[in-house]
Design a protein around this ligand. Structure first.
Ligand code: DAH
Length: 347
């Protein structure tokens, strides 16, 4: 009978080696250890044996049972792992950025057109001695409104639909003019800087409006700065950007932080002035609000308005990009569509 147990052990080993999947393993277990299984069959015949034989054989068969159970468990773990790996091999998908680019037929990355324009403008202004400043997207009321001569009660606060945080003290900056307020505090005149960045407005989107877009703020403060200086810098900027003389017009415009304030429009480069969806059929695109810095703004920035003055402007970068590349819907810029972006300058 001992021989029977030994044979059973060998039979099990051979059978276990042949098992290739989990369900066969479950069957094998039932075959050997189940109620009507092979081991029980041997044990049944024990009833006729002497007590000593029964004792040794009982022990031996228990040991065999334990060995079989342990082997089955080991094999089960190995099979699980194997099956997971097989599934992974079959369903393997490269979800990395690089391969998704390749799937879209893109072999080289490119800069976003807003980045291209922003860098060009930065180059133009640094070559004219301007610094480049940055500022936080999450602002407080002071820098977004108060320091810019927009007090609590001022109707101009309605002009900008604001994304407020729950505390009603913090907000997503509605314009890059906050960079003016922060920049002035840390400088003594004369100074000049630009501040590009993302801004946020809680408004419905259409071909020319987005809730998140880009502005580039500019400020120059010194002695005897005039509107003529402002116009000079703006014209230099625009002719460099568009690489040609563009038609501009200046209209009076109201912004609490400048006095006088202007709207500088350029003739629509998409339709050449005949009217399209970008210029809302008017032939002109509002591109550059600007003006002479309001004395209150200078005061908030610790600049004495009796001694110094300056100009400021806030350029809408997305519109500029649209004009430059002939893009007729601002929403393309935020589409995240890689085929769109790859049309521009590659690295
Ligand atoms: N902050 C204004 C806006 O978001 C734009 C602006 C207008 C900026 C006139 C200026 C300025 O610096 O002088 O609409």
């Amino acid at each position: 009978m001992l021989q029977n147990l030994e044979d059973l052990k060998n039979e099990f080993s051979t059978a276990l080696n042949e098992v290739k999947d989990q369900s066969s393993l479950v069957n094998l277990k039932a075959d050997f250890l189940g109620k009507k299984g092979k081991l029980n069959n041997i044990l049944k015949s024990l009833k006729d044996a002497t007590p000593e034989v029964r004792k040794t054989l009982g022990m031996k068969s228990n040991q065999l049972k334990e060995t079989i159970l342990a082997d089955i468990e080991k094999k089960m773990t190995a099979l699980e792992l194997f099956e997971i790996n097989e599934r992974l091999k079959k369903n393997w998908q490269d979800i990395t950025y690089r391969s998704s680019l390749r799937d879209q037929g893109l072999t080289a990355a490119g800069y976003h057109p807003v980045t291209i324009i922003q860098r060009e403008i930065e180059d133009i202004f640094t070559s004219m001695g301007f610094e480049i400043l940055d500022g936080p997207h999450i602002e407080n009321e002071y820098y977004n409104f108060e320091a810019l001569n927009i007090p609590d009660t001022h109707p101009a606060r309605d002009m900008q639909d604001t994304f407020w945080f729950k505390d009603m003290k913090h907000l997503l900056r509605t314009h890059t003019s906050c960079i003016q307020a922060r920049g002035m505090e840390k400088r003594t005149p004369p100074f000049k800087f630009i501040g590009p960045g993302k801004v946020f407005r809680c408004e419905a989107t259409d071909a020319s409006h987005e809730a998140a877009f880009h502005q580039l703020e500019g400020m120059m403060v010194g002695k005897d700065i005039s509107v003529a200086n402002l116009i000079y810098f703006m014209k230099t900027l625009l002719s460099e950007i568009f690489r040609k003389e563009v038609n501009v017009r200046l209209r009076p415009g109201f912004f609490p932080f400048v006095e006088p304030g202007f709207e500088l429009d350029i003739e629509c480069l998409i339709c050449g002035g005949s009217g399209c969806s970008v210029c809302k059929q008017s032939g002109w695109v509002e591109l550059l609000p600007c003006g002479m810095v309001h004395p209150n703004v200078l005061r908030h920035g610790n600049v004495n308005p009796d001694e110094y003055n300056g100009f400021a402007f806030g350029l809408g970068l997305d519109r500029l990009v649209m004009m430059r590349y002939g893009i007729d819907d601002i929403r393309h810029l935020h589409s995240g569509n890689l085929s769109f972006v790859s049309q521009f300058k590659t690295f």
